[in-house]
Design a protein around this ligand. Structure first.
Ligand code: GLY
Length: 374
């Protein structure tokens, strides 16, 4: 557990309170829906357009975090309503992808972890089985989307947590074995020697040999998409926590060192560390995801090592609160300045439901609550 003192402790207490008040306001306006971004300060609803969209679990995650903090039944009932909407997505099986981890860990699995609800557990296990079925046995990796069987992406380091949970809850080691094989392959092929990370790796589907990489949501081939770096930091430290395999912690630290060395002085990440200096495009979501991972690394390493990671996380979160957060009741989003993808201009500097989620998660961690949904 993180034990802050002095000004940081006071700052976390105040900021967490402001974040919870803001979420209490927004969620009561929003009710049951599958939000992704705000339009004129009001969260949209992906239910009719994209039931299987990868971000559709984050709102439930926010609601379960709030329920865990407050025990207010409004959050439980709303989260269960959101989970009913997600049930439709699980049966649109052909549309599903590797991001079932993001979608069901934060909804049904969080429900089961907190309430012990058996139906929620069943849905989580079904989602874990769907993810396990995406494993390419010859190639040793989890397939990302459905259009290209050779593509695997760094983001899946967060999805493998569903397999670790599935392994424990089905008492079946094959799920964790798949997660470990995927993590090993990703550490070997996606993480470069300097700690920077590729977004998309294309493998030969028959041999598992790396054919090439793609820039994906970052600037281009050879670049360093910051949210991808953040998925790697958080994903690898979580794999360490699930397995005790020290090589995963070392990989998380290596990417963290690269991230800390490259973040700009304002502590709000640009969307790609290797993009041209202009235009300046920020991504607040990369910062808050990285902060969650840095806090977990700080908890996992020796006391004399942890300061580097904890101080970086606090700097990012303080900067995010000051420059990107909206604690008012004028808009529903908690964070601004998220970015979907470098080359997609209409996704620059927008609100993103996962930015809100990870900001809340990081503040709760610093407040001393160690419960992980991952
Ligand atoms: N998982 C996709 C993204 O980070 O945008």
């Amino acid at each position: 557990m993180i034990n802050l003192c002095g000004a940081d402790k006071e700052w976390v207490k105040e900021t967490l309170e402001k974040a919870k008040n803001k979420i209490a306001f927004s969620t009561r306006q929003m009710g049951v829906r599958l939000p992704f971004t705000t339009i004129d300060g009001v969260y949209d609803d992906q239910y009719t357009t994209q039931k299987g969209w990868w971000t559709n679990g984050f709102y439930a995650g926010i609601l379960w975090k709030m329920y865990n903090e407050t025990k207010d039944n409004f959050y439980l009932e709303t989260a269960r309503g959101v989970q009913k909407l997600l049930d439709d997505a699980i049966f649109e099986f052909k549309e599903l992808h590797h991001d079932v981890g993001f979608m069901w860990l934060l909804s049904s699995v969080a429900d089961y972890r907190i309430t012990g609800d058996e139906a929620a557990k069943q849905r989580g296990l079904l989602a874990a089985s769907l993810l396990a079925a995406r494993f390419n046995v010859k190639g040793g990796y989890l397939r990302a989307w459905n259009h290209n069987p050779g593509w695997s992406i760094i983001d899946s380091m967060m999805n493998v947590n569903l397999l670790y949970w599935g392994s424990e809850n089905l008492d079946d080691k094959r799920f964790a074995a798949i997660a470990n094989l995927h993590a090993d392959k990703t550490a070997q092929c996606a993480v470069r020697c300097d700690g920077s990370v590729k977004h998309i790796i294309e493998y030969d589907t028959e041999t598992g040999e790396e054919i090439q990489s793609h820039g994906g949501q970052g600037f281009g081939v050879g670049s360093s998409w910051t949210r991808g770096q953040a998925w790697a930091i958080y994903g690898f430290v979580l794999s360490y926590l699930h397995t005790g395999n020290i090589s995963y912690l070392e990989t998380a630290k290596k990417v963290a060192h690269y991230f800390i060395a490259n973040i700009t002085d304002d502590y709000i990440p640009v969307v790609d560390f290797r993009a041209p200096k202009e235009p300046v495009i920020k991504d607040s979501s990369a910062g808050v995801i990285a902060a969650c991972g840095l806090i977990e690394i700080a908890k996992a390493v020796d006391e004399n090592e942890s300061g580097l990671y904890l101080e970086a996380a606090i700097k990012i979160l303080r900067a995010t609160a000051e420059k990107c957060a909206d604690f008012t009741e004028e808009n529903q989003q908690l964070l601004n300045y998220g970015t979907g993808a470098y080359h997609q201009e209409d996704s620059h500097h927008m609100s993103l439901i996962y930015g809100d989620y990870y900001f809340l998660e990081a503040l709760i961690k610093l407040g001393g609550n160690d419960m992980l949904f991952w």
